[in-house]
Design a protein around this ligand. Structure first.
Ligand code: GLN
Length: 484
C-alpha cells in the first residue's frame, strides 16, 4: 500500500479497502521505524494527523471526497500550519507553534488531505545538502553516508523512503529539483506566482516558489491542482483561471522540440550524469521528439547573480527575527540592542549569518550600485536568454545536478563548492520559469540521477505530460532504495 500512486490510494480509500485512519497509521508506523535513521521529519504529531484522518473518513463515507481526501501528505517545515511546530530548520524557531495556516496548507486541508508531519530542511532553506539544519542532517535513503540534497532534503528522503504518499517543497535556487534528483524522485517548481507564498517562511521573496515532490509526474499533477491558485494575501500571486494540471497527461509527444543548452553539457558535468541525460534524450526521440541545439550564454553568471540577490532579500526578510515578538530569545542580555544581538547570534546558524552579512553588505550605501544593481541587470539578461531559446524549442532539457549525491560532510567547509550544486537550476528561478526533475538512471555507485525539464511560463500541464510519457516507457521512477 505504501508504494501506491495517489490515484491508487484514492481508489483504495473510496472502495473502503482501507480507511484514512489505517493509511495514516501505516505511514506513522513507517516513520517511527525509519525516521530515527533518516531524520527526514522534524515533527510528527500523530494526534493532529489522526484527527484529520478521522474527519476524512467521515467525508469519504458521505460521498464528498475529492482527489486527495484522506491521503497523508508531508509538509516541508517552512509552511506555517496552525497548531504545528514550524521551525524552518532553525534554532530561531525551534519551539514556534504556528498560529495560522499557510495558503498551501489550507489548500491541502480543504481537499481533506492529512498533514502527516513536517519535514527536515536546511536552515531557512539555505543549503544544498540539508546539513545546515539545526535538527541535524538528513540521510539519503539510497546510501546513508550521502546527502539527500537540499534544502527540501527531508521531503525528498521521505518520498524516496515511502514515509509519506507525497510531499511539498520550496525552490529558491533549486531546492525542489536538486534533492529530487539526488533521491530519485520527481519534483516540480512552478512558474513564479502560481503558488501563493502566504505563510511560507520567506527566504528570497522574488525567487521563492512552493511545489510538489512525489513519485511520478502523474502524482505531481494531482498535488499541483491542490496547491496552485490565486491568493490575494500574496502580492505576487497571479490571478489566473484555475487549471487542471493533469489535463495533458496521455497526449503524444510527436513533434516536441527539445532544446539542449550547450552550457549545460560543458566542463563540470560528470560523465555518468551526462550519459544518463543523453540516454533519456534518446528515449524522447523514440517518442517522436526532435532535438535543437540552443545557448543560454548568460546562465554562467547565474550563481554569482543569485548569491548577491538571494542574500540581499534574505537579509531584509530575516530582520523580523529579533527575539521580541516570537522565536528564540537569548536567556541573558543587557539592553534592547544586546538582546537583538545575542538572540540572533545564538539563534541563527553559520550559513544564515554568512548570507545576512553578504546581503547587508551588497545593499549598503556605496556598494548597492556595484553589486545589487548589476546583479538585477544580469538577471534580466538571463531571463532574456530563455525568451530567445523558447523561440526555437518547446522545452529545455539537461542535467539537474552536475553529480550524484555527495558524501555527508564533503562540502561543509567549502561554501562555493556547495553553491555549485545548483549550477543548472538557479537560472530558472532568476527567470521565474517552471522547472522539474525526474529520475533518469543511476550512477556507478547506484545513486539516482535526475533529468531536468524546463518549460516556458505557465507550461506546467504540458511539462508534466512530457515527464509522464517518459515515465510510461521507463521505470527509474518506481525504483526504491534497498531496505525500504
Ligand atoms: N542551494 C541554494 C541556496 O542555498 C538554493 C536553496 C533553495 O532553493 N531554497 O540558496
Amino acid at each position: 500500500m505504501f508504494n501506491s500512486s495517489l490515484q491508487q490510494l484514492a481508489a483504495a480509500l473510496h472502495s473502503k479497502k482501507i480507511s484514512s485512519i489505517e493509511l495514516t497509521q501505516l505511514f506513522l508506523d513507517r516513520i517511527a521505524a525509519l525516521n530515527p535513521k533518516l531524520n527526514a521529519y522534524i515533527t510528527v504529531n500523530p494526534e493532529l494527523s489522526l484527527a484529520q484522518a478521522r474527519a476524512a473518513d467521515v467525508r469519504i463515507a458521505a460521498g464528498k471526497a475529492v482527489a486527495l481526501t484522506g491521503i497523508p501528505i508531508a509538509q516541508k517545515d517552512i509552511f506555517c500550519a496552525q497548531g504545528w511546530r514550524t521551525t524552518c530548520g532553525s534554532k530561531m524557531l525551534h519551539n514556534f507553534i504556528a498560529p495560522y495556516d499557510a495558503h498551501v496548507i489550507s489548500q491541502f486541508n480543504q481537499a481533506g488531505a492529512i498533514n502527516l508531519g513536517k519535514t527536515n530542511m536546511d536552515e531557512f532553506a539555505m543549503g544544498s545538502s540539508n546539513e545546515t539544519s539545526y535538527f541535524g542532517p538528513v540521510k539519503n535513503p539510497w546510501d546513508d553516508s550521502k546527502v539527500p540534497g537540499g534544502s527540501s532534503g527531508g521531503t525528498a528522503a521521505a518520498v524516496a523512503a515511502r514515509l509519506c504518499a507525497a510531499a511539498t517543497g520550496t525552490d529558491t535556487g533549486g531546492s525542489i529539483r536538486q534533492p529530487a534528483a539526488l533521491c530519485g524522485i520527481s519534483g516540480l517548481k512552478p512558474t513564479y506566482g502560481v503558488v501563493s507564498r502566504y505563510g511560507m517562511i520567506a527566504f528570497a521573496s522574488s525567487l521563492d516558489q512552493a511545489g510538489p515532490m512525489a513519485r511520478s509526474a502523474e502524482d505531481l499533477a494531482l498535488l499541483l491542482n491542490v496547491m496552485a491558485g490565486y491568493d490575494e494575501r500574496d502580492s505576487t500571486s497571479l490571478p489566473r483561471a484555475t487549471e487542471d494540471y493533469a489535463r495533458d497527461l496521455g497526449k503524444s509527444l510527436a513533434g516536441l522540440r527539445i532544446g539542449l543548452p550547450k552550457e549545460f553539457f560543458a566542463q563540470g558535468l560528470s560523465n555518468e550524469v551526462a550519459q544518463a541525460v543523453e540516454a533519456a534524450i534518446a528515449e524522447y526521440k523514440k517518442l517522436g521528439a526532435t532535438v535543437v541545439d540552443i545557448s543560454l550564454p548568460n546562465s554562467r553568471l547565474s550563481i554569482p547573480v543569485y548569491y548577491v540577490l538571494a542574500p540581499a532579500e534574505a537579509s531584509s526578510n530575516l530582520s523580523r527575527f529579533d527575539g521580541v515578538r516570537y522565536g528564540y530569545r537569548a536567556p541573558e542580555y543587557g539592553n534592547l540592542a544586546d538582546m537583538y544581538e545575542k538572540s540572533r547570534a545564538q539563534g541563527f546558524g553559520a550559513e544564515v549569518k554568512r548570507r545576512i552579512m553578504i546581503g547587508t553588505y551588497v545593499l549598503s550605501h556605496g556598494y548597492y550600485d556595484a553589486y545589487y544593481l548589476q546583479a538585477q541587470k544580469i538577471r534580466q539578461l538571463i531571463a532574456q536568454d530563455f525568451v530567445e531559446a523558447f523561440q526555437h524549442c518547446d522545452v529545455i532539457m539537461g542535467p539537474t545536478t552536475p553529480t550524484t549525491a555527495f558524501n555527508l560532510g564533503e562540502k561543509g567547509d567549502d561554501p562555493v563548492q556547495m553553491y555549485l550544486s545548483d549550477i543548472y537550476t538557479i537560472a530558472v528561478n532568476l527567470a521565474g520559469l517552471p522547472g522539474m526533475s525526474i529520475p533518469a538512471g543511476f550512477g556507478s555507485n547506484n545513486m539516482p540521477i535526475g533529468l531536468q525539464i524546463i518549460g516556458n511560463y505557465f507550461d506546467e500541464a504540458h511539462m508534466l505530460n512530457v515527464a509522464h510519457q517518459y515515465q510510461q516507457v521507463t521505470d527509474w521512477h518506481s525504483q526504491v532504495p534497498q531496505g525500504i
